[in-house]
Design a protein around this ligand. Structure first.
Ligand code: GLN
Length: 310
């Protein structure tokens, strides 16, 4: 079997092994997400030579949700630099749920850019330019990471917008602590729109591979962000990407990762690969049950833990 066939084969095997794994439920606090097919299970890997491998429902579209957070953090770092971004949002794991009031005592900054509080601020930090409003910039940036033009699922956007009072409350609380750069209503609207951008598992694997490759998209050869920015994003993903499951994830799987409530999950093998899974049933921390199981098995079987095989 060729090396390429072996990769495809192992993704298919993961799908067969974990496709019936019970447990978890699709998120339904955003009503539209509750309509997702719980049986959909897609896996994809993109290598540094730009090759895409996939199994199962890797072409099924879903909304990116929190998997957008590292990429918009990358955009903010590129536009404003680390020192300026760090004035507004920290880099410590919160140890709390994704939607918690994770604000640092003293400064009032959100704990990190991977939880909602920090992501709302990161999104708000992206300035409009004369030719391009901030959200268009965000959408174009996500598209460059994915290597194709992306769009917004308006139904999911409206669904979250109508039910997103907790995020709205967070945004107002952040303004009260003095760390909200724009009007909270505007910040949250832009954040909901960003979360509703439509992707597939294969898109997410390309996006993850771009971070793995020092900010260079290995499929389109577009340098989306600098190697320094990509490295900083991976650092924060390592410690904060899986919310209050981040420590356990780094301990066992040993790869920078990021999950989202629609069931997407990415893991990055620096200078090696971008991996992504899509499976909607989530555990209580808001992470995909089957996605985590498959990535854990891949890490164990192929020795992907970074501290083991740097
Ligand atoms: N849009 C979702 C929210 O803010 C994203 C959360 C997530 O994916 N964990 O609640």
């Amino acid at each position: 079997m060729s090396a390429a066939d072996a990769v495809t084969d192992s993704l298919h095997r993961m799908r067969a092994e974990f496709g019936d794994l019970p447990g978890g439920r699709p998120a339904d606090y955003i009503p539209q997400l509750g309509l997702a097919d719980p049986e959909a299970f897609g896996l994809a890997l993109v290598s540094m030579d730009g090759h895409g491998y996939s199994a199962g429902e890797a072409d099924v579209p879903f909304t990116i949700q929190s998997v957008s957070k590292p990429f918009i953090y990358a955009l903010a770092l590129s536009v404003l630099g680390l020192d300026e971004v760090s004035r507004w949002v920290g880099a410590e794991p919160s140890g709390d749920a994704f939607n918690a009031i994770s604000l640092e005592p003293g400064t009032g900054r959100p704990a990190n850019a991977m939880v909602n509080a920090g992501a709302i601020v990161t999104t708000a930090l992206i300035p409009d330019t004369p030719g391009e409003p901030a959200f268009e910039r965000i959408l174009r940036c996500l598209g460059r990471f994915a290597g194709r033009e992306l769009d917004v699922d308006e139904e999911v956007f409206t669904s979250e917008s109508m039910t997103g009072d907790r995020n709205r409350a967070l945004a107002y609380l952040i303004r009260a602590t003095g760390t909200m750069p724009v009007d909270p209503v505007l910040a949250v609207d832009r954040y909901f729109r960003q979360c509703a951008v439509r992707v597939t598992a294969l898109d997410l694997a390309t996006m993850a591979a771009t971070l793995a490759y020092g900010g260079l998209n290995p499929v389109t050869r577009d340098q989306v962000v600098s190697p320094e920015v990509a490295a900083r994003v991976l650092a924060v993903m390592s410690t904060c990407g899986m919310y209050d499951g981040s420590g356990e994830w780094l301990l066992r799987i040993g790869l920078p990762a990021k999950s989202g409530v629609s069931g997407g999950l990415i893991a990055v093998g620096p200078a090696r690969f971008g991996l992504a899974t899509y499976s909607p049933p989530l555990d209580t921390a808001g992470n995909s049950v089957r996605g985590q199981a498959a990535l854990r098995a891949l890490s164990e079987r192929y020795g992907l833990h970074l501290m083991l095989n740097p």
